[in-house]
Design a protein around this ligand. Structure first.
Ligand code: IMP
Ligand code: MG
Length: 183
């Protein structure tokens, strides 16, 4: 693995908290359903989703909550295969209004696959909500209904996002800087 460091803070905890509060407001104003289900894509969405649904409850939105595991990344920063649902959600989503929550919209493959999967399971509507969007990396056309921050083409960690399984616990979003060997 290339040497790297994780120092530069891209988004502070305060900015994250303010924006997640705004997103919950946007969702509460735009979604009126008596059968709302929020599904987080693990593992990257766990902190974002936990904060988002607490702000939702303050807007009197009380969804059922579940998770599904989708995997596509190897140990580096590049996807190595098409994303697969490796653990499905267990809530019945038939006729539900679903919001899929993910940490970051990168190539678009994961979210597109997740939406198709939930529609195939009988969801009435499927909306998407991502904390971060890296439009420069898009391969599959895909746009989130709710998006926290648009960021440049940098590899980032923290607030649920990992590099090789680490740094998910950071309270901010930080940039990973890869150190090119000098010779
Ligand atoms: P996509 O299928 O290429 O859109 O990738 C989405 C998944 O890739 C996300 O759920 C993340 O787990 C991972 N990912 C993409 N970019 C980053 C990043 O900058 N940092 C950490 N994980 C990332
Ligand atoms: Mg990940």
């Amino acid at each position: 693995m290339k040497p790297y460091h994780v120092d530069d803070v891209l988004i502070t905890p305060r900015q994250l908290s303010q924006r997640v509060d705004e997103l919950a407001h946007e969702m509460a104003a735009g979604i009126h359903s008596d059968n709302l289900v929020v599904i987080g894509i693990l593992r990257g969405s766990f902190i974002f989703l936990a904060d988002l649904v607490r702000w939702c409850s303050m807007n009197d939105v009380h969804p059922r909550i579940d998770f599904m595991i989708m995997e596509s990344y190897g140990s580096g920063t590049k996807p190595f295969q098409e994303p697969q649902v490796s653990r499905d959600c267990s809530i019945d989503v038939t006729d539900a209004d679903v919001v899929v929550v993910d940490d970051i919209l990168d190539t678009g493959r994961t979210l597109k696959k997740a939406v198709a999967h939930l529609k195939a399971k009988g969801a009435r509507t499927v909306r998407t909500c991502v904390l971060l969007d890296k439009p420069a990396r898009r391969i599959v056309p895909c746009q989130a209904d709710y998006c926290g921050f648009t960021i440049p083409d940098e590899f980032v960690v923290g607030y649920g996002l990992d590099y090789d399984g680490r740094y998910r616990e950071l309270p901010h979003i930080a940039k990973v800087t890869f150190i090119e060997p000098t010779s």
